[in-house]
Design a protein around this ligand. Sequence first.
Ligand code: CU
Length: 156
Amino acid sequence: MKTLSLIVASLVTAGAAFAAGTGNHSHDEMEVGQPGIAADVTRTITVRMYETEDGEYLYEPRDLAIAAGETIRFEIVNEGENPHEFVLDTMPKNAEHMELMAKFPEMEHDDPNAVRLEPGEKGSIIWTFSNAGTFEFACLMPGHYEAGMRSPVAVN
Ligand SMILES: [Cu+2]
């Protein structure tokens, strides 16, 4: 599994490098932004993960508006009965990543823009939204995105 994670990680990294082109982007910078530091946090947003009785898998909030340049501390709580993920990225990147997850369901992430939580677990991510655009946070575990686990993030 270690080897598989490495292979998958390098595939994802290769994709990111390609998307970044030949600019002076720092290693961690992605289109959606980059990992932030506590001293820069402008807002804390609590994100709940949960399931409904009619089979929907959801986040609260259902969508977000953020100003470009903001550094957000996401406090993420899994209130559901299944493990869930929070993966912050562009919609195309998440779609690509979801295809990999479908092939390798046990795939684990070690990315600064993602966290996976067991039921009852909490996690946090500090993220700087450097670029305007439409992004999303989503759960890429098989079937979860389709069941509703995606919230658009508009950065203006
Ligand atoms: Cu999920």
